[in-house]
Write a protein that binds this ligand. Structure first.
Ligand code: KG4
Ligand code: ZN
Length: 348
């Protein structure tokens, strides 16, 4: 008898993208719709929570229909409904959670609440097979973490940011350079046109833990720009971007390589919005390639379109929970400060 395919309809609305997707067997994207609201937030220089919630409400019903249509499916072909329930903006999360709960109640399909960070990491599963144990560097607008993944549902954070997340630092220094929110992609492009001439600090790089700090780098960058303004000196924006990026990439890759040497994972995963960073992707790939053969993990860099927030990654992570029999019920609520580890809490 052939194994039945499992199709999950997934929702993601934790920040400024409303997204729906149909994922087959946790590996195959049958449809993915992403309705971005970035333009509405740009004039404010960052995400306005109230505006985000309103946009999610406006599009969520329509993009649910679109995801089913694009996958050539109807509700009867779906086996479970998944939704991000944290971390993120509470009002934004609530829209996805309410939509998913309503769909689950109306259809009788099981509901699966997914941690957003677990989703970012499991974007890798849509690209290639993850061999366990795996280790992830998860870098986004809200998080910078090194995560040990023992199996598809057990996650342990071994390093975290003490202050700003890497993406947040990109967005803040981008603002100083007059770059629209979110600034990461543009700073990354500029960085490739300049040189590391400013030698900004590499905080905590030599510490023997796996934590990060980016607020000192951000302050050093801003002070350099302000000082130049005061003395009417014009600094090269490409060199500024290259110097900032060199510092971020140095610290992230240094600690990641050390964690790989200590934990010897079979797979290394880069996840989150900052995983789209060309400098970081190139540097980590190169450094991992140079490791001795017995500790060199397989590397999975998610497709660029799956680095930012999307529902496909939520469907991939939900499949692992489905296989483990971990479901949510009608009491599922948005949890803006949800933290990994996930499975331990769900199994309590
Ligand atoms: O994962 P994500 O879409 O949202 C959160 O969960 O936070 O990450 C968004 C972050 C933003 O801070 C954005 O500036 C950053 O990812 N980002 C980048 C690049 N593309 C997006 N940062 C550096 N280089 C990039 N190429
Ligand atoms: Zn995200």
């Amino acid at each position: 008898m052939t194994k039945k395919d499992i199709r999950i309809l997934a929702f993601e609305s934790s920040c400024d993208e409303t997204s729906t997707a149909v994922i087959k067997n946790g590996r195959e994207i049958e449809s993915l719709i992403v309705a971005t609201q970035i333009k509405s937030h740009q004039r404010f220089g960052g995400v306005v929570p109230e505006v985000a919630s309103r946009h999610h409400i406006e599009v969520i019903t329509q993009i649910t229909k679109e995801a089913l249509a694009e996958a050539h499916t109807s509700w009867k072909d779906i086996d479970a409904i998944a939704v991000t329930y944290g971390p993120g903006l509470v009002g934004a999360l609530l829209i996805g959670v309410s939509a998913a709960k309503a769909a689950s109640m109306a259809t009788g399909l099981p509901l699966i609440g997914v941690d957003h960070i677990m989703g970012h990491i499991m974007a890798a599963q849509l690209k290639d097979e993850i061999e366990y144990p795996a280790l992830a560097l998860q870098v986004s607008g809200g998080h910078t973490e090194i995560v040990l993944i023992k199996d598809p549902i057990h996650f342990e954070i071994i390093g975290d940011t003490r202050d700003d997340a890497a993406g947040e630092a990109y967005d803040k220094i981008g603002r100083v350079l007059g770059v629209n929110y979110p600034a990461g992609k543009t700073i990354d492009e500029w960085a490739h046109k300049g040189q590391d001439t400013f030698h900004f600090p590499r905080a905590m790089m030599e510490d023997d833990d796996y934590d990060f700090s980016f607020s000192g780098l951000k302050s050093a960058f801003i002070n350099t720009c302000h000082h130049a303004d005061q003395i009417h000196e014009k600094l090269d924006k490409y060199d500024l971007a290259a110097s900032f990026q060199a510092s971020v990439v140095d610290v992230l890759s240094h600690k990641t390589i050390r964690a790989i040497k200590e934990y010897k994972p079979k797979t290394f995963i880069l996840g989150g919005g900052v995983a789209a960073n060309r400098g970081l992707r190139e540097r980590l790939s190169k450094e991992i390639e140079q490791l001795p053969a017995d500790i060199k993990p397989k590397v999975i860099l998610p497709d660029l379109k799956l680095c930012g927030d999307n529902a496909a990654m939520i469907g991939a992570a939900a499949y692992n929970l489905y296989q483990a029999g971990i479901f949510s019920d009608e009491h599922l609520n948005a949890d803006p400060s949800l933290e990994l580890p996930y499975a331990e809490r769900m199994l309590q």
